[in-house]
Design a protein around this ligand. Sequence first.
Ligand SMILES: *Cc1c(COP(=O)(O)O)cnc(C)c1O
Length: 420
Amino acid sequence: MSKKSIPLTKNELDKIATEYPTPFYLYDEKAIRENARLFYKAYDWAPGFKNYFAVKACPNPVIMSVLKEEGFGVDCSSMPELLLAEKVGFKGEEIMFTSNDTPPLEFKEAARLGAVINLDDISHVSTLEQIAGIPEMISFRYNPGDLRSGNVLIGQPQEAKYGVPRDQIIDAYRLARDKGAKRFGLHAMVASNELENNYFAETARMLFELAVKIKQKTGIKVELINMGGGVGIPYRPEDQAVDLNAVSRAMCELYNRVIVEEGLNPVKIVFECGRMITGPYGFLVSRVRQVTRKYKDYAGLDACMADLMRPGIYGAYHHITVAGKEEMPRDHTYDVTGSLCENIDKFAIDRPLPEIEPGDLLVIHDAGAHGYAMGFNYNGKLRAAELLLKEDGSVQLIRRAETIDDYFSTLRFCNAPVRI
Ligand SMILES: *Cc1c(COP(=O)(O)O)cnc(C)c1O
């Protein structure tokens, strides 16, 4: 069970909503920091432990600098994400670059920053060599194929476009070494939003054993093993969060049995989690515009799927709290909708909630990762603001809402001033 609560009273939320029009995202800095510290504490046995925060989950530089202060690195997959990392002050190997189908300029930029480049394919060794030269440190993303099963979100490994397949992985390390690489990393990410503790220990086992095989076949000792992201969060109140301490203990045991036994110690253990880092600590706050009674009862919000698309595209559950009605019985049933001209634009279907009235503030939980970031402009929707609830209780605007001018700024047409 995970308790779903919001870090503010109705009055506090009302006050914020008078200053910043809804909808907006609100992130809880204190909770983000506490969670980050628990993650590091769970791995205090692991040499050089680091989480490279997956920037795509919440690409806001203020959030990134909070995580930097907690000792995190960043995992980037595009030019803008690399530039964000640089502007926030991440340097060299504090940056992981895990991309796929990568344009040459992005490899070049990652190399310029001195990032750990995590190659998605054996052919990228030569690509990288031509574009930027072979860096001292190279990592490969491994795809185990049918040795592992994936999960619903990411699909089966052998169907996935990512990573170096089993029969090429040893050659990939040889090739990189022959071309001049001196230090090596190994990465895999085979699940997304996974809640099963065991899954992560199994990933560790797979990677530790592969590291041994790489050493046996090539003499190369990998110095960094990246478990990827994909640690799930309990979106539903009845879900159980991943027990990081239990996962860590299982990994520690495997580390001693495989890595230490085989003389590979020390190997840095790292992750690139995004969802688990900010997901539960971000909320989409929206006001009810209308309540309509048709064949079903609908609560229509001023937020829509363009602000948070997970329910619409994945049928994902996001818990909803009606501010100020936390203790009231959930004895009404609503579809909670946005205003897109798409019937999948529903935050919840047949959801038991307290009686809702126009003007109520609805808080949509677990929106702190892959929330704002997946937003879009369909139907002319403008993107929401992002706010940070700071540790002292004050609120900081960390991204303003889009305006009509932003929407028009990329258009070129006859009556508009043309800027090239
Ligand atoms: C998306 C992604 C992550 C982060 O995944 P979460 O589910 O947010 O933890 C990490 N690494 C790679 C390569 C990714 O594509």
